[in-house]
Design a protein around this ligand. Structure first.
Ligand code: OAD
Length: 252
């Protein structure tokens, strides 16, 4: 199932980048954004929930929605794809993990130094002064998708807390983006797992790797067939493909 040329590239790679999107957490029960029927943006309007203007207009609607998502993540567990990626780091000389996801399932599977391009659901900060609360916030009781919830107040300035994610119209964290682009430009092989690749600048990461001469592997059951030299598509769910790739890398 995995072409010999790809197994060879994986075994000889000195620096592997793994770049993940919502599809890597789909088999943990976390909805993606753009899958037909189940995608979050099929059911919810991002302009009402994922912009600074939306938060200014209706902070309780936005905070309630993100608390609902945080609750889903807290109840979820890493799946075989997260586990295989964490394990892969022990079988290649160097691995950089870059994610667009705001969950912590990579960390809970054992990955370290994860670069979060779109922030983290578990790290809210003040909308006014940007400081983070000293203590983790308790989880609200069973918030639902549409339930409003007043955001807690900042203990420093009294402002409202906002989710620690990047919203539409906001810049990505500069350090994370620079580290991601640098790793993409230096790696020999990049695995792009479970992303539609439509949200920029994050979607530039695999392009940068390809333009710098790296082998690029897309893992996506709905992925477009690739014709390029040194570009592969594994059209399987991440929870099947990543353990296969790990077996290939470890020679098992
Ligand atoms: P999308 O929902 O756009 O794309 C998810 C991709 O995962 C789709 O191409 C699916 O075909 C694929 N997929 C679904 N199940 C899969 C599985 N089991 N294994 C592998 N692939 C699977 O999610 P992202 O590309 O992550 O931004 O979206 C990018 C950004 O758009 C997100 O980070 C978020 C969103 O708006 C912010 O929150 C800033």
């Amino acid at each position: 199932m995995i072409p010999d040329s790809l197994i060879c590239a994986l075994r000889s790679a000195r620096h592997v980048v793994v770049f993940t999107g919502a599809g890597v957490s789909a088999e943990s029960g976390i909805p993606t954004f753009r899958d037909a029927l189940s995608g979050l943006w099929e059911r919810f309007d991002p302009s009402e929930l994922a912009t600074p203007e939306a938060f200014r207009r209706d902070p309780a609607l936005v905070w309630g929605w993100y608390e609902w998502r945080r609750m889903q993540v807290l109840k979820a567990r890493p799946n075989p794809a997260h586990v295989a990626i964490a394990e892969l780091a022990h079988h290649v000389p160097r691995l950089t993990l870059i994610t667009q996801n705001v969950d912590d399932l990579h960390e809970r599977a054992g990955s370290q130094g994860v670069i979060h391009l779109h922030g983290n659901l578990h790290r809210p900060r003040c909308f006014a002064c940007a400081r983070e609360p000293a203590e983790p916030l308790p989880v609200a009781e069973e918030p639902e998708g549409g339930r409003r919830l007043e955001p807690p107040r900042c203990s420093h300035c009294g402002g409202q807390l906002r989710p620690g994610v990047v919203w539409f119209g906001e810049s990505l964290p500069v350090d994370a983006l620079n580290a991601a682009f640098q790793a993409a430009g230096e790696c020999d092989l990049l695995l792009s797992v479970g992303t539609s690749g439509v949200v920029y600048p994050a979607a530039e990461v695999p392009h940068r790797a390809r333009d710098a001469g790296a082998t690029v592997v897309h893992v996506n059951p709905q992925g477009e067939p690739t014709a390029g030299n040194r570009e592969y598509l594994i059209a399987l769910p991440a929870g099947e493909a990543l353990p296969e790739l790990l077996r290939a890398a470890s020679g098992a």
